[in-house]
Design a protein around this ligand. Structure first.
Ligand code: AMP
Length: 415
């Protein structure tokens, strides 16, 4: 039988890479908790209607990328293509808004979209993200944007561009949509079928086009900022002023709309200049109507979602390596030595919490020393015949090369 392979657009993450994933995940937990956000975990699949209603029928995600099926009980189900809709569903279902006026949540999750696989684009990918549900105030926008920005900075990523725009509240958008329709109408024959539908249902989506001819048209299209209500303008201005106070550089991008329908007011994206065509590290914005649209009380909210695979690509491009070194490599020769080595390893792990590795292949002493070097062990402990006779071990500092005989009962003290 031909060997089976993983499905296109998915990947295996092997132990030499999972270290980096775990390191990132630990950093995400610590960072989000330092802002007082609590982790939320939602199921991998939901009723399809949740995504149809929230993300929007005319978006790429819903119209062509969802993994949906009908199960044996005739339920229409979908593998989660993004996390916000599920978080909001859970928020409503568990009455979180009645328990706390503000709910600050974060997640690390697997998402599924049937996109064209390429570098930085998968069909199953991982995101982390935050959602703050309950505040309409600009300081909340600034907090969310700064969390994304400072998280990347804290990892040492330098090449960042923050793009920001306001797409206004429903009232501001009404007039703007009319202007957009007026602008695109004369070119309707040349628009793609998708854009023709969007012109009718949600003309803002055309601004997100990937088609060259349409991109040119979009360049000269009216910009929403000219149609914002004075309240929306003030909100946006205040958000920008807070970002300035925090020394966060931003670029206003008048045509940034994002790929999901539920956004309003502040929208933003952070890109890495080193990632090529898939440059977006994260994106987010306000979704003040989504909770009500999904059956909850009218509640303002804002969040972002960030791709982990792209973050890893950016870390590689910036040559940021994480190293989780082995503390001790135990070198043994012969049965008696192995028994001692096993006990020492157990005590070092149990009493001091050190990372300790021993040889399991009965390799020669020379090969074991090579392995200790390869694994970047800080120390090696050698238990040879001489050492056994004298009830001691030889501890070698692998960096300086210094070595010292240490009695069996003094090993813990040594470390
Ligand atoms: P979105 O949920 O579309 O707003 O995307 C938020 C972030 O998730 C993007 O900026 C990317 O970093 C990441 N992302 C989105 N789609 C994919 C994908 N198919 N493969 C890998 N990462 C993705």
């Amino acid at each position: 039988m031909e060997a089976l392979k993983n499905i296109k657009g998915t990947k295996d993450i092997l132990p030499n890479e999972t270290l980096l994933w775990q390191w990132l995940e630990n950093n995400i937990h610590k960072f989000m908790q330092s802002y007082g956000y609590g982790e939320i975990r939602t199921p991998q699949f939901e009723n399809s209607i949740l995504f149809n209603r929230s993300i929007g029928l005319n978006t790429d995600i819903v119209s062509k990328e969802m993994y949906s099926w009908v199960d044996q009980g005739k339920n229409n189900l979908t593998l989660k293509p993004e996390a916000t809709a599920s978080v909001v569903r859970a928020y409503i279902q568990h009455n979180l808004g009645r328990q706390n006026r503000l709910n600050k949540l974060y997640y690390i999750d697997s998402l599924f979209r049937r996109e064209r696989p390429q570098k930085g684009r998968f069909r199953q990918f991982e995101q982390f993200g935050v959602e703050s549900i309950g505040s309409e105030f600009p300081e909340q926008d600034a907090e969310i944007i700064s969390m994304a920005y400072f998280f990347y900075k804290s990892l040492g990523i330098k090449n960042l561009t923050l793009k920001i725009n306001s797409i206004g509240s429903k009232d501001s958008r009404k007039k703007y949509k009319e202007e957009l329709v007026k602008y695109f109408k004369p070119h309707i024959d040349k628009l793609t079928a998708t854009s023709k539908t969007r012109l009718k249902d949600n003309p803002l989506r055309i601004l997100d086009t990937k088609v060259d001819f349409e991109k040119k048209l979009v360049k000269d299209a009216p910009i929403i900022i000219d149609y914002l209500s004075s309240k929306d303008k003030e909100h946006f201005k205040t958000v920008l002023s807070y970002l300035k106070e925090l020394d966060i550089d931003y670029q206003i991008d008048n045509h940034l709309v994002r790929g999901l329908d539920y956004y309003c007011k502040t929208v933003f994206e952070i890109q890495s200049d080193l990632l090529g065509s898939q440059s977006a590290l994260c994106g987010g914005g306000r979704y003040d109507y989504l909770i009500e649209d999904l059956g909850g009380d009218s509640t303002p909210a804002i969040g972002f979602a960030a791709g982990i695979e792209r973050l890893i690509l950016a870390l590689n491009k910036e040559k940021i390596n994480i190293d989780i070194p082995i503390d001790v490599y135990i070198i043994t020769i012969g049965e008696k030595s192995i028994i001692h080595g096993t006990k020492i390893a157990h005590h070092l792990r149990n009493k001091l919490g050190l990372i300790v590795v021993s040889d399991m292949l009965q390799k020669s002493m020379k090969s074991q020393m090579k392995e200790a070097n390869k694994l970047n062990a800080k120390f090696s402990i050698i238990i040879g015949d001489n050492e056994l006779q004298n009830n001691n071990v030889l501890i070698k500092d692998m960096l300086s090369g210094e070595q010292k005989n240490v009695n069996f009962d003094k090993i813990i003290d040594f470390f």
